[in-house]
Each structure stands twice: as structure tokens, then as C-alpha cells.
Design a protein around this ligand. Structure first.
Ligand code: DSN
Length: 390
């Protein structure tokens, strides 16, 4: 049967094949992930949890769940293997946003205080933005970054002591440096706050040992599965075993209804792939490519937030070097030559989030396509040429 939708899919496939993809949160999944998420599991309702779970929230509200029960248990086991952890894991969150929402509701009440990193300094929408559910329901206070864009751990400690938050959140969507989970965890402990890590961007690096792990330090760890983990679009929540019942109830029935079992199948395939030596080698190449590209921009005279990168992304700040250019100007000019990235706020941003003074660049997707350092450097030179023509 024909459908207009397949024309759109073919057009998007062409766009993805013909563009250089530098959006730091995107990647290209395997055929097996595609097969799993396009499978008959999409037909199944399965509100609840497999009966064998360690948590108290047992049982499904529908019959016919014997296969999806096994699948979901298998998915949980594989994710524990990916991160070498014995934490409880909930694989049902539909997205990173849903995972964060459920995590907050599991251990907090509306109005409770959360200390996090502001969106404009590299945090995420769900880390307390006023236009997001998080900022509307909870009382967020924010720690600063230094003038060079590094997390200001002294400010974090001072704010923790001043505001006595119920939860401290570490994690970011536009931060290019190692996050010191041990330091933040220590501060959280000193003020008796829950410590939550949203590792969505760096989860692939954590899995491959290219970034320190939050497991064993954080009480709750959330992530998406589609960024550096290179899997299906979706979310996960890990937690210390004693929080398992709260977290499971926070996902279902508090924030979600039926889980997406086809997506859980895709997450299980993603986890199988993330355990492999090939994936670990891939992540090592992502980090090398990103550093090579970032170094080339520095050589060409660009200003990079924090002066470099330790992970899969970096931010170019045009404020001083190209004051006439906004991030949007650069994003639009690169779109015209099939290079895709996103405009991004920079620390102490003076423009609106729709314009911004910077762009964010990530190498996870192009490394999947086979990029080595030489390709990343060549691309930086092309982007520089285009920027110089504006
Ligand atoms: N909006 C995503 C990003 O691009 O970082 C995170 O959810």
C-alpha cells in the first residue's frame, strides 16, 4: 500500500545521507536498532512491570505479556552490563525529558529546591528552564560557570550551603569538559541532598570509559539512548536499589502509561551494541575527532568556550572574534551547503536563544560515518571559509 509518508521518509533519508551532521545530540543507528523499533512489538500494551522485577511495583495490567516481560528484563540486564553497575534500572521512559520528569517526581514534591546548571550556561531545558515543566513545578536555583565557561565548583558549594536543595543535578547538553561527579556528589552529601546525574550527552563516553562514571556516586542517573550511545530515541533511569520502588512508581503510573515495547527492544539492541569492543573503539575515535576539529578552529583564530574539549562536542563563541555574526547566521549559512549544526547560547549570552552568539559542534554522528581526525580538520577549514564569506 502506498502512503505519502514514505515519500517524506525517503526525502529525509536523502537529507541525512547528503549532509554533514554535526549536531552533538544526533547519531546514526544500526539496521538492527531500526528493525527492533519497526517491529510488531509496537502492537503490545504492557502497563506495569515484569513480575520478576526486584521492585515492589510488580505485574502488568494486561494479559499476553509473557514475551515483553522477558524482553524488558533482558533489556535491564544489558544496560547494567553496559555501565558495569548493579543499580536498579527502569527502561520505560519515552525520552530524556520523561526520564528527568519521573526522576524528580519520584523523590521530590512540587516546590522542592533543585540546584542545577542553567540552560544558558550549558544545562538542559528540563534542568529548570522557566518555560519547561521543571521550572514551573520545582524551585530551581543555578550554579554558575567561570568566565571561561568551566563549572564553578566553589559557587556550587556556596549555593548548596545557602539554598539547602533537596536535590543537586549534574549534567549538561552543551558542556565540553569532564564533569567532576565525585566533587558534586560530595557537596550533595554534605547538605543531605539527593545527587542526580543527567548523563544523556556523555553516556556513550561513560560506557566506554572515556568519561568518569557517576555510578557508585549518584543516587539517580538518567540518560537518553540516542546521542553518544548511538541507539534508538528514548530514556533510561538508573538508581540505587533502595530508590527502585520510588523510581518505578515515578515512571508508571505517575508520569507515563503504557511502555513502548518496540522502543524497549531497540534499547536492548543498543545496549548489546554498547557492550562491544567496536563501540568502545568508536567512542575513542569520537573523542579524537572532536579534539582535532576543535584544535583546528583554535588554530584558525576562533574562540572556544573553556578553550577546548574533553568529550564529543565543543562550542564556538563568536562574541569577540565575529561580533557581527550570530549563531543563527552561521547555522543558516552552513545549512545552505549541507552542513548541519545548531546555534547555541554561550556563557554570558547577550543575544536571544533564537539568535545566540555561538554554535555547538559534535562529532559523534560523523564518526559513525567513518570520520578520522583528518576529515574533522578538513571540515573545520570548510566551515571557516564559509564563515569568512559572511
Ligand atoms: N535537545 C537535546 C540536545 O540537542 O542537546 C538534548 O535533549
Amino acid at each position: 500500500m502506498s502512503s505519502r509518508v514514505f515519500d517524506y521518509i525517503a526525502a529525509e533519508q536523502r537529507r541525512q545521507q547528503e549532509n554533514i551532521e554535526l549536531i552533538a545530540s544526533e547519531n546514526f543507528v544500526s539496521e538492527n536498532v531500526m528493525k527492533a523499533v519497526g517491529s510488531c512489538l509496537t502492537n503490545k500494551y504492557a502497563e506495569g512491570y515484569p513480575t520478576e522485577r526486584t521492585s515492589g511495583n510488580r505485574g502488568r495490567y494486561y494479559g499476553g505479556c509473557e514475551v515483553v516481560n522477558e524482553l524488558e528484563e533482558y533489556c535491564c540486564d544489558k544496560w547494567r552490563e553496559v555501565f558495569s553497575t548493579d543499580y536498579h534500572v527502569n527502561v520505560q521512559p519515552h525520552s530524556g525529558s520523561s526520564a528527568n520528569q519521573a526522576a524528580y517526581f519520584s523523590v521530590l514534591k512540587p516546590g522542592d529546591t533543585i540546584l542545577s546548571m542553567d540552560l544558558s550556561n550549558g544545562g538542559h531545558l528540563t534542568h529548570g528552564s522557566a518555560v519547561n515543566f521543571s521550572g514551573k513545578i520545582f524551585n530551581f536555583v543555578f550554579y554558575n560557570v567561570t568566565d571561561r565557561g568551566f563549572i564553578d565548583y566553589d559557587d556550587l558549594r556556596t549555593k548548596a550551603q545557602t539554598y539547602r536543595p533537596q536535590l543537586i543535578l549534574a549534567g549538561a547538553s552543551a558542556y565540553s569538559r569532564i564533569i567532576d561527579f565525585a566533587a558534586v556528589g560530595g557537596i550533595a552529601k554534605s547538605v543531605n541532598a539527593y545527587f542526580m546525574v543527567d548523563m544523556a550527552h556523555i553516556a556513550g563516553l561513560v560506557a566506554a570509559g572515556a568519561h568518569p562514571s557517576p555510578f557508585g556516586i549518584a543516587d539517580i542517573v538518567t540518560t537518553t539512548t540516542h546521542k553518544t550511545l548511538r541507539g534508538t530515541r528514548g530514556g533510561l533511569i538508573f538508581c540505587r536499589k533502595e530508590l527502585a520502588n520510588k523510581i518505578d512508581a515515578g515512571v508508571f503510573p505517575c508520569c507515563q502509561g503504557g511502555p513502548l515495547e518496540h522502543i524497549i527492544a531497540g534499547k536492548a539492541v543498543t545496549a548489546e551494541e554498547a557492550c562491544s569492543p567496536e563501540f568502545h573503539a568508536y567512542i575513542r575515535q569520537v573523542v579524537k575527532n572532536t579534539k582535532a576539529m576543535c584544535d583546528e578552529f583554535i588554530r584558525l583564530g576562533y574562540e572556544i568556550v573553556t578553550g577546548g574539549t574533553d568529550n564529543h562536542l565543543f562550542l564556538i563563541d563568536f562574541t569577540r572574534t565575529h561580533p557581527h555574526l550570530s549563531g543563527k547566521d552561521v547555522q543558516d549559512a552552513l545549512d545552505r551547503v549541507h552542513i548541519t549544526l545548531n546555534k547555541n547560547c554561550v556563557p554570558n549570552e547577550t543575544r536571544s536563544p533564537k539568535q545566540t552568539s555561538g554554535v555547538r559542534i559534535g562529532c559523534a554522528a560523523m564518526t559513525t560515518r567513518g570520520w578520522k581526525e583528518v576529515d574533522a580538520v578538513a571540515c573545520a577549514k570548510i566551515i571557516d571559509e564559509i564563515i569568512r564569506s559572511l
